[in-house]
Ligand binder design. Sequence first.
Ligand code: M6R
Length: 357
Amino acid sequence: EKGTYPHFMLKEIDEQPFVMRNIIQKYQNEDGGLRIDADIREAVKTSDRIYIIAAGTSYHAGLVGKQLVEKLANRPVEVHISSEFLYNMPLLSENPLFIFISQSGETADSRGVLVEVKKQGHKALTITNVPGSTLSREADFTLHTYAGPEIAVASTKAYTAQIAVFAILAVDVARSAGIELDFDPLQELGIVANAMEVLTAQKEEMEKVARDFLSVTRNAFFIGRAADYFVVVEGALKLKEISYIQAEGFAGGELKHGTIALIEEGTPVFALATQEHVNLSIRGNAQEVEARGAHVCTISMEGMNEPEDQIVLPRVHEHLTALASVIPMQLISYYAALHRECDVDKPRNLAKSVTVE
Ligand code: M6R
């Protein structure tokens, strides 16, 4: 039920701090360690390469998940769009593990891949919000994202939950492989939950950004570098699916290779700057588009912010910045859709779970 909320999407955005805390609790052992099935840990450890398969927002969570598993657990990962995988099949490693990410667990494109890889005798793990769903039943293992029912077509809390579970899985595998880490996922997710609370309380500010930047435009661009790149593609998807504004998320350095041609007087560009090592270069990209008339909204993080930044995120661990930076993008998309009188929870032409290939 929506309760006092006008839309499920807004309710689900607001639930994210609770979802983080729920995940912390569910994945914590009595002794404070991580609770991950030994079989799942072994499956990750014994595989020589992980193939993440997903669609839409879950694919975007997979891009972040890959980074977490590679950086923390030191295991190679590829991420693939499920609808393309069987047609553009990569050369598989000798002992692959497939990880399916799916909020609903019912996405037909992903199921098509699962059926095929099972036929080939490979192991599969499903990370889903619906244990007992098709993808969960047909895989060897399931990790539950504990986000609670997600009703709005635009996925919000499922995305952040999927990333949180990836962080936990990656650290669990790293610890059991004897890798020493300076990163306690449960503690850091607690910090994320607090940051999410701060951000979800800034609705008026987000609504103002949506009004100032998106009320009349036909298109919008999102740029980011390094880990921010994976979040801007999600920001663009969110905006386009509910507000029907044509939006594109891409790497800041790609601007000069084509897209900069589209920048005109007043074109909105959202620049995400949460990564210390690329801070100067993404700000350089923002200046390049600004010089050509773009209306730039910068989203940065405490400690690396500049006075002119429109949104400053509370500081969270560098591995988990996606969990904070996606919140303003969700809220800005929500308000942009609202201002344009779009059907926020049920955008045209879209279904909550896509059960046809
Ligand atoms: O249930 P799934 O996570 O498998 O769904 C995948 C996509 O269909 C889904 O993320 C879709 O892109 C959402 N509408 C995005 O908000």
